[in-house]
Ligand binder design. Structure first.
Ligand code: SF4
Ligand code: SF4
Ligand code: SF4
Length: 275
């Protein structure tokens, strides 16, 4: 029974994505949403299935399936800017399309359910950063998280300035902002990973999207919890965590709790199955 129960998770995930896919398809009268969210749902549920089967690279497969699809197909081929400036562009024009839908589902309201699952399984920036050699940070986190508010403010000011200056063909500018922005993100992310010996340094200090992700994921329904009766306080989960989360503390205020990307490394490595 327990065996069957665990295979329900990929099915439930697929159903949730299908509900979003069908709802958006019908309300927006656009078949793209059905195909888009069905594909993402299938990719995520395949990853969860592979994880249950204890396949080592399950999370990486989802990252590549979703990340490459969004970066290459949606971003470069279809010309949709799904970075933060693309969100502000659609937001200011009052259009609930593309980037605004993407942000609403993955980065603003979705995290109330699946926390920062986006960061662990779908982000095309982290998809590349996770290939770098520093999977587990060797030094304590620096107090540099304030930089994210600057990059966030720059994104708002950049798009506002385009509107205020009545610049023509902003859509074209958004396409190039996506290309140049991604190159800048990759260069900064790779450089920071080597400087701090931490693959996720960019996520911890620079990424503007965390301004949305962190407060929303504080309330996340899906969280890693610790069974205190099994835990022997060996500290392995804290040492292995790429985001420095104190996962043995079950409170929502645990250290770096809003940084958890649900990568499951702590769960896989706990010697007592306490997580
Ligand atoms: S913090 Fe930013 S760069 Fe890192 S995984 Fe999340 S969205 Fe991507
Ligand atoms: S790895 Fe497991 S046993 Fe060790 S501290 Fe973490 S939860 Fe407890
Ligand atoms: S290792 Fe555990 S606590 Fe750390 S980010 Fe991954 S799932 Fe979250």
């Amino acid at each position: 029974m327990k065996q069957i129960k665990k295979y329900l998770y990929p099915v439930i995930i697929l159903i949730i994505f299908e509900v979003i896919a069908v709802t958006l398809w019908l309300t927006k009268d656009n078949l793209f949403y059905l195909i888009n969210f069905s594909y993402i749902g299938l990719s995520v549920s395949l990853g969860v299935f592979l994880y249950i089967k204890k396949y080592k690279y399950a999370r990486r497969i989802v990252q590549l399936l979703v990340g490459l699809y969004m970066l290459i197909y949606l971003g470069i081929i279809c010309g949709e800017n799904m970075q933060i400036e693309g969100f502000w562009y659609y937001f200011f024009t009052g259009v609930f399309e593309a980037a605004t839908i993407h942000y609403a589902v993955a980065k603003i309201f979705g995290p109330l359910i699946f926390g920062r699952g986006w960061c662990g399984y779908a982000c095309w920036t982290a998809m590349v950063l996770d290939f770098l050699p520093y999977k587990t940070p060797s030094k304590p986190r620096k107090k540099l998280g304030w930089i994210r508010y600057i990059t966030f403010a720059v994104s708002v000011i950049f798009v506002s300035a385009l509107f205020l200056a009545k610049v023509g063909n902003i859509e074209r500018i958004m396409f190039w902002a996506f290309i140049i922005g991604n190159i800048a993100y990759y260069l900064a992310g790779i450089a920071l990973a080597f400087v701090f010996k931490d693959n996720r340094a960019f996520c911890k200090y620079i990424c503007p999207i965390t301004v949305f992700l962190k407060p929303m994921s504080y309330f996340s329904l899906i969280r890693i919890k610790c069974d205190k009766d099994k835990c022997i306080d060996c500290g392995k989960c804290r040492r292995i965590c790429p985001m420095d989360v104190d996962v043995t503390d079950n409170s929502r205020k645990r250290a770096n709790g809003t940084e958890c990307i649900l990568c499951m490394e702590c769960v896989k490595n706990c010697p007592k199955d306490a997580l």
